[in-house]
Design a protein around this ligand. Structure first.
Ligand code: IPM
Ligand code: MN
Length: 358
């Protein structure tokens, strides 16, 4: 029995989450496992009603689950930052979800803006560190509102944070890299940094990367790219990449670029993972308030987030089957992934995946 906390959230979050759950139930039937779902109403509406984002008591509650499935957080009436910091970042930090795993995979039939590249070229994973860097809020402001205002926000990393992220990334490359999947002669982990400028933080990353790689993962090939060059190669030669590991801020930025080359926010999913604790899975796109309630938004990203959850729950067979069903639907059914132009409604897309799975 897998106990899942569901936070549908704001905007189109509930619509896409419903489809992810539809496919989850179809997978549970087919692969003989049980799920118990508990819904939570954290999000913009609750905040407006009660002033509460994600209270500490909720964190304690969430700790009791095997995984969390999140729809979307973001409300047009709530100032930017409140819900992001109060719910999303709070969960990531309080539950110590120190990995943000973001696959960048172009599925069959999905259009990429990159000319002459297809599914055989765009198939890599970004392991984004999820608890450190500019996201720690270390810093401050003085003389605010005056012409002399000074603002400081620091990129913070400890060796402990870097080491645990790197070990996760090396293990991931060993288990799911291109060699492991029969697509290359080696499994490769690339560090994405900025060692020419951030000579403290990315020097720490680079030394740890090679030390751990050499000692514990000599079977995994190591590469290094500066972050700016990484962006260039994502567009020019995405086939070069297998598994990429990077800090929180660079990871945030390069995975939006990654999401675009894999077909956009309609398909991009991620997992906030605590390998020793409770992980939370989410479509990367936002709450898309303007599409709320119209049944036109693409639920595949939410379905793919649920698919990643299945891997974490140990339901690998079901996860593979869900991914295959999604690829069948993108390859044979949908016109495009764009909201309103799929040729199907949100719930029809969920039905297509669920039927294909069964
Ligand atoms: C993401 C988002 C968040 C982040 C925001 C909403 C706080 O952009 O999940 O990538 O910066 O991590
Ligand atoms: Mn982001």
């Amino acid at each position: 029995m897998h106990k899942i906390a569901v936070i549908p959230g704001d905007g189109t979050g509930p619509e896409v989450t419903a489809e992810a759950i539809k496919v989850l139930r179809a997978a549970a039937d087919k692969f003989n496992f049980k799920v118990e779902l508990t819904e939570f109403d954290f999000g913009g509406e609750r905040y407006k009603r009660t002033g509460e984002t994600l209270p500490d008591s909720a964190i304690d509650e969430l700790r009791k689950f095997d995984a969390i499935l999140l729809g979307a957080i973001g409300h047009p009436d709530v100032a930017p930052g409140i819900l992001e910091k109060g719910i999303l970042l709070k969960a990531r930090f309080a539950l110590d979800q120190y990995i943000n795993l973001r696959p960048v995979k172009l599925f069959p039939g999905v259009e990429t803006p990159i000319k002459d590249k297809g599914p055989e070229h765009i198939d890599f994973t970004v392991v984004r560190e999820n608890t450190g860097d500019l996201y720690t809020g270390t810093g401050g402001v003085t003389m605010k509102g005056t012409p002399q205002e000074v603002a400081v926000q620091s990129a913070v990393y400890s060796r402990f944070q870097v080491d645990r992220c790197l070990r996760y990334a090396f293990n991931f490359a060993r288990k799911y890299g291109k060699k492991a999947r029969g697509k290359a002669a080696t499994n490769t982990l690339a560090l994405c940094g900025k060692t020419n400028v951030l000579t403290y933080v990315y020097d720490l990353w680079e030394r740890a990367f090679h030390e751990i790689g050499q000692k514990e993962f000599s079977d995994v090939a190591r590469e290094y790219y500066h972050v700016d060059a990484t962006c260039m190669w994502f567009v020019k030669n995405p086939e070069w990449f297998d598994v990429i590991v990077t800090g929180n801020m660079f990871g945030d930025i390069i995975t939006d670029l990654g999401a675009m080359i894999q077909g956009g926010m309609g398909i991009a999913a991620g997992g906030n993972i605590n390998p020793e604790g409770v992980s939370m899975f989410e479509p990367i796109g936002g709450s898309a308030p303007k599409y709320t309630g119209q049944g036109v938004i693409n639920p595949l990203a939410a379905i793919c987030a649920m698919q990643m959850m299945l891997v974490t729950l140990g339901e690998e067979k079901a996860a593979t089957a869900v991914e295959n069903a999604v690829m069948y639907v993108t390859g044979n059914k949908l016109k495009t992934l764009a909201a309103g132009r799929m040729g199907y409604s949100t719930s029809q897309v969920g039905d297509l995946v669920a039927t294909q799975l069964a």
